[in-house]
Design a protein around this ligand. Structure first.
Ligand code: UD1
Length: 418
């Protein structure tokens, strides 16, 4: 167990390289199962979720070779089944992508009921609805989800809620189904597009990703390919928020500014200067922070994954800000920890009312989930004195070289083993 110790009050300055997108990587690695061949995945973030998934694939009979710090070669030729019904698969939500990929390749798969961050009930009914529509039988027994089909046949599937995970899982299975699958009310997030691009690179026929109707024409065969994961919009957004909180001036390299439009718009509303270039963004925070309201929405709305770090920033803005969480009902667990640091926040249901305070004060706090951890890091960077953050393993699931990147930007952060 590790903890992070942050001495707050240091302005972030300089350049930071943004890593590959966690949420795309954790879908693309399981998707290699579909290829039954060798795939090279580049621009992977060095995070524990990527390591866990690589280990799961090895457990399933694939070979995974590191090609340097940020690239792996995955060969899934030797796999004969896709039964990931063991405990380590429970650690992360993305293990459920093995259901779609295994169903597509072997017509059956088994995965332990997924875990991941505890931020709400997180049902998987839309995944099940999709698999069943394609002709699979789905059973959940003793905490294991099993999917099996004699034939997978394309279907028209209307998503009752916009779900990133269900959209991707259905795309994976449908890429090997007979005929056409149409997903209506599909998720439009950038990583849905990245996974579709990866599948097309394998030889699949996926069209419309990035819009709310995705058409997948099943193909008989897929083959290996090389793929470069897109930059992490959530990591980038977190550094933008951290720069704003510390009155910093930073340049983020390796970003797609279009993917950051929601966060850019809200930071501009707060009085932060944002200068966009082709693949980089500069964030300059010179003026007092204005209060704003945010409501989390599906892409291109404000991402729920940045709601928690953004809440930390709003604790030190002028006036009252209102944060409405519409995606996950349990995503305010960071609030009690922020209160320990002197924040003035009231939560009622899915709404947090944040009254800006002059300063936060360092305290001992604990991360309850990945983005709650990121929120505490932002708070620690701006607080007076020292902040100790426990449960850093949550943060390690999604932030590549967090301390190194922050230290390079001028922050005082160190990791201590407990
Ligand atoms: C993904 C992201 C996560 C992000 C979230 C929303 C990954 C690995 N994780 O999570 O970081 O916070 O998108 O952008 O990519 N829902 C159902 N039934 C389902 C599936 C989802 O009701 O079958 C609901 C969820 O409870 C939630 C909403 O739909 O309220 C969105 O969830 P979803 O988009 O599926 O999130 P994840 O894919 O789990």
């Amino acid at each position: 167990m590790n903890k992070l110790i942050i001495e707050g009050g240091h302005r972030l300055q300089g350049e930071v390289e943004i890593s590959g997108f966690k949420n795309a990587a954790v879908a693309i690695i399981p998707a290699t199962v579909l290829a039954g061949d060798t795939c090279i995945i580049e621009n992977l973030p060095e995070i524990s979720d990527v390591k866990t998934l690589s280990e799961i694939l090895i457990g399933l009979g694939a070979t995974v070779r590191e090609l340097g710090p940020k690239a792996i070669e995955v060969n899934t030729t030797g796999m004969t089944e896709c039964f990931a019904d063991y405990e380590s698969a429970k650690e992360l939500r993305a293990s459920y992508y093995l259901l779609g990929a295994g169903l597509g390749r072997f017509k059956k798969a088994r995965v332990v009921y997924p875990g991941g961050c505890s931020i709400g009930t997180r049902p998987i009914d839309q995944h099940i609805k999709g698999f069943e529509a394609l002709g699979a039988k789905v059973t959940i027994e003793h905490g294991i989800i099993s999917v099996e089909a004699d034939r997978l046949v394309g279907a028209e599937i209307y998503m009752d809620v916009v779900s990133v995970g269900a959209t991707i899982n259905i795309m994976l299975a449908a890429s090997r189904a007979e005929g056409m699958t149409i997903i209506e009310n599909a998720a439009k997030e950038p990583h849905v597009v990245d996974v579709a691009n990866f599948l097309n690179c394998l030889g699949a026929d996926v069209r419309g990703a990035g819009t709310d109707v995705i058409k997948i024409k099943g193909v008989h065969e897929l083959k290996g390919c090389n793929h470069m994961v897109i930059p992490d919009q959530i990591e980038a957004g977190t550094y933008m928020i951290a720069a704003a909180a510390t009155k910093g001036d930073i340049v983020l390299n390796n970003v797609i500014p279009k993917h950051l439009e929601a966060i850019t718009a809200k930071l501009k509303e707060m009085g932060i200067e944002i200068i966009e270039n082709c693949e980089s963004i500069r964030v300059v925070a010179n003026s007092p922070l204005k209060n704003i309201n945010i409501k989390t929405l599906v892409y291109p709305g404000f991402p729920t994954d940045l709601q928690q770090p953004m809440s930390s920033l709003l604790t030190v803005a002028n006036g009252t800000s209102v944060v409405t969480e519409t995606i996950f009902e349990g995503r305010f667990k960071h609030v009690d920890e922020l209160k320990r640091m002197g924040a003035n926040i009231k939560v009622e249901g899915r709404v947090a009312v944040i009254n800006g305070v002059d300063k936060l004060m360092g305290a001992k706090v604990s991360a309850s989930d990945l983005r709650a951890g990121a929120a505490l890091v932002v708070a620690g960077l701006v607080a007076e004195g020292e902040t100790e953050i426990e449960n850093v393993h949550f943060v390690d699931r999604g932030y590549d070289q967090l301390e190194e990147k922050l230290v390079k930007l001028g922050a005082r952060v160190r990791r201590v083993s407990l």
